[in-house]
Design a protein around this ligand. Sequence first.
Ligand code: CS2
Ligand code: MG
Length: 403
Amino acid sequence: MPRITAARVIVTRPGRNFVTLKIETDEGVYGLGDATLNGRELAVASYLTDHVIPCLIGRDAHSIEDIWQYLYKGAYWRRGPVTMTAIAAVDMALWDIKGKLAGMPVYQLLGGAAREGCMVYGHANGSDIAETIERAQEYLEQGYRAVRLQSGVPGMATTYGVSGERFYYEPAKGSLPEESQWSTAKYMRFVPELFQKARDALGWDIHLLHDVHHRLTPIEAGRLGRDLEPYRLFWLEDATPAENQAAFRLIRQHTTTPLAVGEIFNSIWDAKQLIEEQLIDYIRATVVHAGGITHLRRVAALADLYQVRTGCHGATDLSPVCMAAALHFGLSIPNFGIQEYMRHSEETDAVFPHAYSFERGLMHPGDKPGLGVDIDEVLAAKYEYKRAYLPVNRLEDGTMFNW
Ligand code: CS2
Ligand code: MG
């Protein structure tokens, strides 16, 4: 059996910060896991280096489930984004090792391909409706079948999801959090017009998505969902903060617009009521923040009982290691819905060479043994970590709000 002989954390910043775990074995095979938690990267790096890695040395790298349970139950302080991201990194690396030793891509170990490829959505954003639609058309031309629309809102200097860059949206910037201002009234008045004009320009053969990014109350979310019903969105994401899962009952009472939630969830317990009461249509929990492939398969299996599909988070702050793992996971499960694909920068792709590919709106993880992604450590060492925070958000009267 392959014994774990060493493990280390690689922190690098090819365009943005990433944290990667590398686990080595006595059979000359190593595995990689994404451990990136945007804005709190070093907390996970320390959790792994100072607390997890000493417990891994000497263990059987094939014992993925036992090591998962050991790190989850053995921590005593269960769950939370730092703990579950650290466990996720170990889990991804062990699946990578298992695939390499078996000479099979991880999706084959998970039961094989349940579809041709994973449908992905891109991010079209612009300072106004016209620019946003222009960006969306570019995604259509690239063969995307789904696109998220985020536009600047009249009367607001900034809003979520809109950046000056064409294809990338990197919110983690300042060495201290940037502050933005929010007006629900201006936003609610504006969004239906965005989608009415988008449908007029783009037609009905493209799936349209939108991310509210946690900024409405449940009744406001019900109102927006109803206002958007004529435009048949694929989903309305993070319509309201989801600590109170029951809040989604109120949204459901008012709208049939499909709801997606969960990119900030880190375990099945964050979504259990939402799924069992069918309060959502897509679960966004992702490999890197929700305990890895092993735990996310449990989430997907529960969701499948209630016709809830997956819609995993896939922003640029999830590394190519996570993207690769997400595609192996998404290819293998029966209730795959859609995979977010915010393209990484050329610098990032150079540090993380990978086998996954995009074609005709679908992505495939490739058939290299393991996850099919590597890290160029020499190149990674050239990009030094620099602290970067996600922004904070206040209402126009200064009240601290949700970003
Ligand atoms: C967003 C993310 O991709 C999404 O749906 O919610 O861009 C999110 O803002 C970032 O991942 C936060 O780090
Ligand atoms: Mg989101």
